[in-house]
Design a protein around this ligand. Structure first.
Ligand code: PRP
Length: 206
């Protein structure tokens, strides 16, 4: 059976529906409750429901053969996996945002709150801008409101979280979407099954 790491939550439900359309139905998914492993022997797949930010870890370490993960997480953790397909769902942008009307002081380090430490460092290194990072794990938008940071680096989808907190995008610098990834050794030894899944997903997301 092929082990598939699926992100729990919003993206996972969308991804599951695509996999279902592609022929990898798993009847237990609809009533999964708190189950973390779901099997569909007739379709040759076992779903592992994991935290979105952990999908690539499971795949890299071969606890899963394939997975679906946001490009934001791949950019941040740069895992040693194959990125096989852009599923064109879960689309958003990586952006810098600040309180409405914010003016940057170029004479001191820019204080950035973010979950995406490596992405932010790389972005500002390319601009030769001195920064100070405040690593947070969620509700990033609070940081500039409370004066903990000047700006945030985060993903923006509809923009409604920013708007609700009186923040605005200063700069968008990367397009993000969900990607189909594979463990390198699985891709070598189960190539036919994984390639078949990739082609079916390609067809289902066209
Ligand atoms: C993400 C992101 C923003 C929000 C953007 O948070 O960090 O807060 O979604 O979406 P929007 O532009 O459509 O408002 P998520 O829901 O993943 O929760 P988090 O605060 O725990 O990171």
């Amino acid at each position: 059976m092929l082990n598939i790491a699926l992100p729990k939550g919003r993206l996972g439900d969308k991804v599951y529906n695509i996999l279902k359309d592609a022929g990898y139905d798993c009847p237990d998914y609809e009533n999964k409750d708190r189950l973390l492993v779901l099997e569909s022997p007739e379709n040759g797949v076992r779903y592992l429901l994991v935290k979105p930010s952990d999908v690539a870890i499971y795949v890299e370490h071969h606890a899963a053969d394939v997975g679906i993960v946001g490009k934001d997480i791949l950019l941040e953790s740069n895992p040693d996996v194959y990125e096989l397909l852009d599923l064109n769902i879960g689309k958003c942008r990586m952006a810098v945002a600040a309180p409405v009307g914010y003016e940057e002081d170029p004479d001191r380090a820019l204080r950035i709150a973010t979950k995406f430490v490596n992405v932010a460092k790389k972005h500002y290194a390319e601009k030769n801008r001195e920064i100070e990072i405040i690593k947070l794990n969620g509700s990033i938008e609070l940081a500039p409101i409370l004066g903990l940071s000047d700006v945030i680096v985060d993903i923006v989808e509809t923009g409604s979280t920013l708007k609700a907190n009186n923040l605005e995008v200063i700069e968008e610098f990367k397009d993000i979407s969900a990607r189909f990834i594979a463990n390198k050794s699985s891709f070598k030894f189960q190539n036919e099954i994984i390639t078949d899944m990739m082609n079916k997903l390609k067809e289902a997301t066209k």
